[in-house]
Design a protein around this ligand. Structure first.
Ligand SMILES: [Zn+2]
Length: 393
């Protein structure tokens, strides 16, 4: 909620408000674990504010219920952390066959989460009702209610423009639905809708494998292939949110017809369905996990299928590296479970088709596994929650 009386720019109140936001920002570092409190000296160092200023603002934050303070022992001084009563956020991650939900604090750190299988024919209203029920259950376990939830972010495996789901191939029950508005209505609070690969990119950048890298690309390979791009520490969404549709880079103009209607897209060479499909005759009924296990045992067919997917992915990543010059490329989604069986050929494909200057860009698997999009949903919800503080000047 915006403050009811914004201080005049340049006034003492406005300066104090800016300083308060700096302290709150320091307290809302998602990479810091819940339990480690800050000393006031540390907050002064992190914000560049005078110790007396910090201590005055911390006292006010404690009075308004946004911060908890604990008298420190010896030289540590008063310890400060973000209060749970400041509010919670919710992250939702809908996949083709799963639904994950999480509660997070306002730093974007997950405090409780759940993952459940979902039928492919669950439509958006039933899906949201299920998510709502699960969130209510997690809130109850934490002695909280829906009134404590400030913002909800929903992640979906589809391009999302201004909240609207733009493709139906993976989640047919969501086509044309404004996921942001539907989520806001279901939860009775602010909501954001975002593509799941974008959320994964954000999560790996803030708290995972791409932490500390200003420019990175995250490619999520599951039923489809999508990428999230971080440029200068910010998620790059393009003009209307559909940037990063890497699965539809053309690798062969005469290649197989893709679900998008084009031919020879990356996705037709490197997706879970393609790899499993290549081995359908040899390993009938096998899942991707079965393929990876067979490759680990040294079976030649599964090894070649993974290698070929990796080479094509590397080729696609070469274009990304040539265009964006990232300092790291992160591979996530279900296919990342193949680990080095996949990545070793990704690196060969990258080297072969990229400029010398970027050929050695590191390629790694994500640190957050199949939780990346969920972690990103919670982070985005926290980042989009403004804490308005009416402090007595
Ligand atoms: Zn395509």
């Amino acid at each position: 909620m915006p403050s009811s009386h914004e201080p005049r720019p340049g006034s003492t109140a406005s300066l104090r408000s800016a300083n308060t936001q700096r302290i709150l920002q320091a307290l809302r570092d998602p990479a810091r674990d819940h339990e480690t409190a800050y000393t006031q000296a540390e907050l002064a160092r992190l914000t560049g504010l005078a110790p007396a200023t910090v201590s005055g603002i911390v006292r006010s934050l404690a009075e308004t219920g946004l911060a908890d303070t604990v008298p420190g022992s010896g030289r540590r001084g008063t310890e400060v952390r973000l209060a749970r009563s400041a509010g919670l956020v919710v992250g939702l991650d809908f996949g083709r066959l799963h639904l994950s939900v999480a509660l997070g604090d306002l730093a974007g750190r997950i405090v409780a989460e759940d993952r459940q299988p979902l039928g492919p024919d669950v439509d958006h209203s039933n899906g949201l009702a299920l998510a709502h029920a699960k969130v209510a259950e997690l809130l109850e376990q934490h002695g909280a209610t829906l009134e404590d939830v400030r913002t909800v972010t929903i992640g979906l495996p589809a391009p999302v423009t201004a909240g609207q789901v733009r493709s139906s191939t993976i989640l047919p029950g969501w086509l044309g639905v404004n996921a942001r508005d539907a989520t806001a209505a279901q939860f009775g609070t602010h909501a954001h809708a975002e593509n799941d690969a974008n959320l994964g990119a954000l999560a790996e950048h803030r708290v995972g494998a791409a932490r500390g890298h200003r420019t990175s690309a995250f490619v999520k390979i599951s039923s489809g292939v999508g990428a999230g791009l971080i440029i200068d520490d910010r998620l790059f969404r393009g003009s209307d949110g559909t940037a990063g549709e890497m699965g539809h880079l053309t690798l062969d103009t005469q290649g197989p017809v893709c679900r998008c209607g084009s031919r020879g897209c990356l996705e037709t060479y490197a997706s879970i369905g393609t790899v499993v499909g290549l081995l359908a005759e040899r390993m009938p009924g096998a899942t991707f996990a079965d393929v990876v296990e067979a490759a680990r045992e040294g079976q030649v067919g599964p090894l070649r299928a993974l290698e070929d997917a990796g080479l094509h992915l590397g080729w696609g990543l070469a274009s990304v590296a040539n265009l964006l010059n990232p300092t790291i490329l992160v591979v996530g989604g279900e296919m990342a479970r193949a680990g080095e069986l996949l990545l070793s050929s990704v690196r060969i494909g990258l080297r072969r088709h990229s400029l010398d200057a970027v050929a050695a860009t590191p390629v790694v698997t994500g640190e957050l596994g199949d939780r990346a999009s969920l972690v990103g949903a919670v982070l985005l919800a926290a980042e989009r929650t403004e804490l308005a503080v009416d402090l007595v000047a």
